[in-house]
Design a protein around this ligand. Sequence first.
Ligand code: ZN
Length: 306
Amino acid sequence: MKDKEVKVLKDQRDRRKRVQRIRTGIITFISVWMILSIVLTTFMCVKIVSLQKQIDILSGNYDDSGEVQNKVTGTAGDTADLLIQTTDDKDNLAQEGDVHQVYLTFDDGPSDQTNEILDILDDYGVKATFFVNGREDEASIAAYKRIVDEGHTIAMHSYSHKYSEIYESMDAFKNDFLRIQNLIYDTTGVECMYYRFPGGSSNRVSNADMSEYIRYLNDQGVIYYDWNVSSGDATSQAFTVDELVENVMKDVVKYKTSVVLMHDANTKATTVQALPTMIESLQASGALILPIDENTKVIQHTSIQK
Ligand code: ZN
């Protein structure tokens, strides 16, 4: 009788141990599976973001941003005759008492936002510079005209804005350049002499030798402008209105001449919302807001070494 009870107890204990082992096994399996899933998902997300960026670059949707500029600052690139100026332009550092000259520039337009940007600039009696792309629909043509009629500077930012096309070869660059220059001339009568490279003159996105394109523009007497202040509206980070204003205000005080990079694009509503506060803050600080003209100090990330 006693032996039987002992056996039953032993059986029960063994069963409990087996159940415990199975439970531990299941929990371990689920835990490992979950950790693997999280690792895999994170890896996939990172991969997707990087692929999306490459797609954007190839399709020309990649905006000009400080990110690109920062990546190359301090490296002269593989082209011996290119010079990075961004870091060593001491002449442009503001001294106490200097009046800050600020050039607001809008890339990538015309867009659905252009008229609103122009309305705001008009409200404040401020002139800016629009680095436009080539669009031939009625609204875009009206936008080119309005930019010019209202006294702003119209400037070129390539026709297609597609890196893979523009920087494919010298011929492709030339064709694109002439296309946007002619479109602006035909629609506004302005012989446009200002240019901004998609991605900036320091862009390495395209792996192109920028020196030959720079030389071409120099030969045409066309001045290309980069920027030394970025609102940040083209970076992957989504800034709030206040942050965009802060990004600009904190850098503008450093320089005598600030060329501020912003975007006139359908997806950049925050830029438009930030514009009134930005103008008010600049004006309150005593800064002069001006459109780019022949007297404007040239701000370039790279130029041909003289
Ligand atoms: Zn652009």
